[in-house]
Write a protein that binds this ligand. Sequence first.
Ligand code: NAD
Length: 493
Amino acid sequence: MTISPEREAALLASVPTGLLINGQWRDAASGRTMEVHDPATGEVLLSIADGGSEDALAALDSAAAAQAGWARTAPRVRAEILRKAFELVTARAEDFALLMTLEMGKPLAEARGEVAYGAEFLRWYSEETVRDYGRYLTSPEGKNKILVQRKPVGPCLLITPWNFPLAMATRKVGPAIAAGCTMVLKPAKLTPLTSQLFAATMMEAGLPAGVLNVVSGSSAAAISAPILADSRLRKVSFTGSTEVGKRLMKDATDNVLRTSMELGGNAPFIVFADADLDKAVDGAMAAKMRNMGEACTAANRFLVQESIAAEFTAKFAVKMGALATGRGTEAGAQVGPMIDEKARAGIHTLVTAAVDAGATVLAGGAPVEGPGWFYQPTVLANVPNDADILGQEIFGPVAPVTTFTDEDDAARIANATEYGLASYLYSRDFSRLLRMSEKLEFGMVGFNAGVISNAAAPFGGVKHSGLGREGGAEGIAEYTTTQYIGIADPYEV
Ligand code: NAD
């Protein structure tokens, strides 16, 4: 059912427009505001406070002041706040989904999927809060005792991208709260509204003032630079492009900050001739088209064993070509717009260059005329191995297909990238899957699965795809520091 304009207006009117600092929503110190647009129409959705350096430092003041008290809060109290937040986000799933569709463009069904996924981080970390174990042991010499405890790392700066406005926030805020850290969240300027509503929900769940501060703004560096330069900050957790991540890692050296970096990807989707072909095509659709291809885990290169390449590609092209583009609030829309004009132009440049280099267009291949930044779901066959489109993150609904001969050839092609985030394997031979996993230089491998993100699993990459893990037991460890207490032989004192 298409969403009515009245429903959209009522939801937007409920979104806080200020900066959240020490439990209060306030205007930017400069008095400036910034507009947030609908990528499907180009129209302004809402104007919100445009935070800058002064606001960033006020937010850090608030987080630093709240840190000691928050660290002492009973784990059960933190757990119950997270549980309450999970329940509130779930109860408001339709509001969160519609808000993400409006500011980011993904169809409502996708946005609902993200709400469920994003809320899981709140539930998972509510459960992990009370299980953040240390250890106690006797030293190997048999005399002294070793006590190891985990403590919150301290105030954190959390920087999130525009593509998953809710899940990228909950994946950081959830474990930070669980570990007892306070934080400043800086959402992407293109999609800050979901974080605004999420922060309001966290306050309603009982989060004390100062634990979560939110500073949106049009200049990311104006917000991050003064915070990173301040020795009260102890950690930066970033999800976004490799380019910006590298810059932030350099900025983080002066204060020797803990860093978690969830950066770009170039996922290979590898199909062996013994795979169930129809399941592989369905998996390819999911791995490529989740979030319209605007995902770090999106299958970026399809490597198909030579003997089945033509059949696989033909079936895949039929399904891709049948997808309907449209504003995400419209009934029947399966593929929303790209986030902005620049993103769409970049995608088209890659497609055009691949075609010039000899690739064949089996579906799509062009922008969609009219308002919004829509791009046709596209399948390219016979893509030369040195084409730019295979080396760069496409971040759109475009699937380049190339071929391989055997396992070693597949692994060699798959690993020929500086990235190492997600990878996908389709085969009926489990031993082959295990052999391939050993060869693949990727933080994550999907076996006959096109979507692998899960709050209970450690998400993250190797090489230029980043450092650290989000989700799972590893996710909370990123927000704790280890303290060792050496205890003299209790029989000698
Ligand atoms: P981006 O790097 O442009 O921006 C990410 C965030 O960093 C935004 O909040 C932005 O405002 C901020 N930022 C930009 N410049 C900054 C600076 N100089 N100092 C401080 N902050 C700055 O990335 P994006 O376009 O928003 O997101 C897409 C990228 O994110 C893709 O590369 C994608 O692969 C990656 N991503 C990775 C993961 C993962 O978990 N590995 C998940 C989602 C997205």
